[in-house]
Design a binder for this molecule. Structure first.
Ligand SMILES: O=C[C@H](O)[C@H](O)[C@H](O)COP(=O)(O)O
Length: 232
């Protein structure tokens, strides 16, 4: 079974779950990435917005465009007081629901929306499940002025910092106008401590470790079917 098929299957399962567990009229949180793109398309196909749900808040300009292309109303997070659910993908997820995110560059807005949401549902294919985080390079969104200084600090931490670039070899810029350092070769045995440490450095906007705010639930697709994993 291809990875794309697994992404579609997990998106269909997530739509079923969200429809069964979310109050009518709610605004729901939508993340970013290739898995979420399938999820947006599945929700649009089922015509649940404007009827079952009022609309969405989105973690990136790309997801906002896709939602709007389907005619789905997108709210600013500042307009919303409560968010029952946030659905997003992950680059890696460990047995505690802690994740590396930001492969698509949306980590900061993702973390903000995850903070507001009551329930964070991670949707992923089985390739994202790991015992220890860090095989996937850890994204760190930084203010451009701090890039070199922060790269030296990440190197001292034992990682290999690489500035994310576009296909034109210019620095990749996030929706917030910042840059991303991808840190390779980290073996993250204590995600909570590492998240707090990196986040405390001036110039760091967000580290793509979701340890303090892990997922509550993961729907994980494999050839065997969809596994629902609930975290304590
Ligand atoms: O910034 C992007 C997000 O954190 C994504 O959730 C993550 O990169 C996973 O994306 P995908 O579903 O494309 O593997």
């Amino acid at each position: 079974m291809s990875q794309d098929t697994l992404k579609l299957l997990v998106s269909q399962a997530a739509a079923d779950y969200v429809l069964a567990h979310t109050p009518a009229g709610a605004v729901i949180g939508i993340g970013t990435g290739s898995t979420v793109n399938y999820f947006i398309d599945v929700l649009a196909e089922r015509k649940v917005f404007g009827s079952r749900f009022s609309g969405a808040v989105s973690s990136s300009n790309a997801s906002t465009s896709r939602l709007q292309m389907h005619g789905i109303e997108v709210f600013e997070l500042n307009q919303i007081e409560t968010l029952p659910v946030y659905i997003d993908g992950a680059d890696e997820i460990n047995p505690h629901g802690q994740m590396i995110k930001g492969g698509g560059g949306a980590l900061t807005r993702e973390k903000i929306i995850a903070m507001v949401a009551k329930t964070f549902i991670c949707i992923a294919d089985v390739s994202k499940r790991v015992d220890t985080l860090g095989h996937f390079a850890l994204p760190v969104e930084v203010m451009p002025i701090a890039r070199s200084a922060l790269s030296r600090k990440l190197l001292a931490l034992g990682g290999m910092p690489v500035l994310r670039t576009t296909s034109n070899s210019t620095p990749y810029l996030t929706d917030n106008g910042n840059q991303i350092i991808d840190v390779q070769h980290l073996n993250i045995t204590d995600p909570l401590t590492l998240e707090a440490e990196i986040n405390s450095w001036p110039g760091v906007v967000t580290v793509g470790l979701f340890a303090k705010r892990p997922a509550n639930l993961c729907l994980l697709a494999s050839a065997a079917g969809i596994e629902t994993i609930q975290y304590a």
